[in-house]
Ligand binder design. Structure first.
Ligand SMILES: [Zn+2]
Length: 500
């Protein structure tokens, strides 16, 4: 199972120091399918077949005590081989591990392999996790951290599981007592209140979870919700309004709420800038650390939530195509937010003119595939989508645009919980516009370094920078394409740069 953590530089890196992190969940079986293909163009011509139903192999019953420690009963279907483990840094905080033997409990010494004999078919263990202490000591959003008396820790931190054994699905039930609440991005099980279920192969990248006196807010129907750290210095009303505006902007662009299901965790950050991270194992989640510079007044200038929601809304891709995922989020986020009135179009055009040159290939660069350098990933990727938007509109005389291609991918059920072959994304997108634009541009910019004359392109679009401000020429040959992508504001006074 491959995971990655990326750092994002902002759209205009010179003006700000946003760091953005996110995690992508990769389905093991799809990775295997891709690597087995081996060829540079690995597309199956139709959507990935639905996985066969998987049987339940691990079940957990968890009781949260008032100090936020956990008592866990777990049943594993055997035969179990290898270790029982949680995510590495949390290991010292797991204690009192015992195996049930005809109604009595026997302490397990993991170094003694004989305990596994009892797990040849099914076995039950119990253990205790000093979760609050772990969160306090570790302080890492990937593993466990404490904020305002609530613990933020994905289930991979506290669900003990065998390193080898039958795979299938895992299910857990959480019992809490008010005011303690539990929230996670992992999808609820079909039956049972406070019960969640996901494939065992997804647990290493399991969606975020939180336990404590959380503040909860509904963001979008049917099931986009937020769990807010008790010590976030913004009211529930303000946070709820903010998240609803961002989710609505992205939902309007894609034609539906991001995935229809997601849990947004909102905690105060320690750095001045907001950072975000997406985890999709078993269900969509994102964790946002709100920058210490962010106040109720400038909250709506913060674009990180929208960027992450685009990752939530779109299928995950192999890390070789990170430029595609990041380029998509970099290109769509400002357009979706400007169309929703959350950003000024003049500022967005200025940022594009300033930003795209950072995505052009250097003398020694090949195509975007496999790129790891931030300029190429974010701006190089965004340029792919910008050119696609223009070319689709030219080819269809304005009848279609990039948005039609992206909406088609989202409408077929793609989202961060699933990993798609890139070729399939391209195929679905091109079919929706009746063109081959995504494929052609992939061949031009993904596989080879390509050639783009940005100066000539912006001239044809009729937009240029004067003293950092975008100026428009409606007589330019592609002025109508420009206005279709992102129309200028009706009252085009010189807008102030967005505070970042
Ligand atoms: Zn991103």
């Amino acid at each position: 199972m491959e995971t990655e953590m990326e750092m994002k530089m902002p759209r205009h890196a010179l003006a700000s120091r946003h760091f953005h992190f996110h995690f992508h969940f990769h389905h093991l079986f799809l990775l295997l399918a891709l690597s087995a293909c081996g060829a540079p163009q690995p597309p199956p011509p139709s959507p990935p077949p639905p996985a066969p139903p998987l049987s339940l192999v691990w079940t957990y019953d968890i009781t949260v005590d008032p100090s936020l420690d956990l008592d866990v009963h777990a049943t594993f279907r055997g035969p179990i081989r290898g270790e029982l483990h949680v995510d590495g840094p949390a290991t010292p905080f797991v204690e009192r591990l015992a195996l049930e033997d005809h109604g009595t409990w026997k302490a397990i010494d993991l170094s003694d392999a004989h305990w596994r004999d009892a797990c040849s078919t099914t076995c039950t263990v119990r253990y205790h996790v000093r979760l609050r202490e772990a969160a306090n000591a570790i302080g890492d959003m990937d593993v466990a951290m404490l904020s305002g008396g609530a613990v933020f820790a994905p289930p991979s931190t506290w669900l003990l599981r065998p390193s080898e054994g039958p795979s299938g699905r895992y299910r857990f039930h959480v019992t809490t007592t008010e005011p303690i609440r539990f929230a996670t991005g992992i999808r609820a099980a079909a039956q049972g209140k406070d019960t969640y279920e996901a494939p065992t192969t997804s647990i290493d990248e399991a969606a975020f979870a939180a336990i404590g006196p959380l503040r909860l807010a509904h963001v979008a129907d049917p099931a986009v919700d937020a769990a807010i750290a008790p010590d976030l210095a913004l009211s529930d009303d303000i946070v709820g309004h903010w998240l609803r505006a961002e989710a609505s902007a992205i939902g309007a662009y894609f034609g539906r709420a991001p995935d229809g299901h997601a849990m947004l965790f909102i905690v105060p950050g320690s750095s001045p800038e907001t950072g975000g991270k997406t985890l999709g194992g078993g269900g969509a989640s994102l964790l946002v650390r709100v920058g210490s510079n962010v106040t109720a007044k400038n909250l709506e200038e913060d674009w990180v939530v929208a960027h992450e929601l685009i990752h939530v809304a779109f299928p995950d891709l192999d890390r070789r195509y990170s430029w595609f995922s990041e380029g998509l989020a970099t290109y769509v986020e400002p357009i979706a937010r400007a169309r929703a009135g959350l950003a000024k179009s003049e500022r967005i055009w200025a940022e594009m003119i300033e930003g795209f040159p950072q995505g052009l290939p250097g003398a020694r660069d090949g195509g975007l595939d496999g790129a790891r350098e931030w300029g190429r990933l974010y701006w190089g990727g965004a340029l792919y989508f910008f050119l696609a938007d223009i070319r689709i509109r030219e080819r269809t005389n304005g009848a279609r645009g990039l948005q039609d291609a992206l909406r088609a991918v989202v409408a077929t059920g793609g989202n961060v919980e699933s990993m798609w072959p890139l070729a399939h994304v391209i195929e679905v997108g091109d079919a929706a516009t009746g063109t081959k634009v995504l494929r052609e541009l992939y061949d031009e910019l993904g596989r080879t370094a390509g050639k783009v004359d940005l100066g000539a392109l912006f001239e044809k679009l009729g937009v240029r920078l004067e003293g950092g401000v975008a100026r428009f020429d409606d007589k330019a040959p592609l002025a109508t394409v420009r206005e279709a992508i992102l129309p200028r504001s009706k009252t085009a006074t010189a807008p102030a740069p967005r505070a970042r």
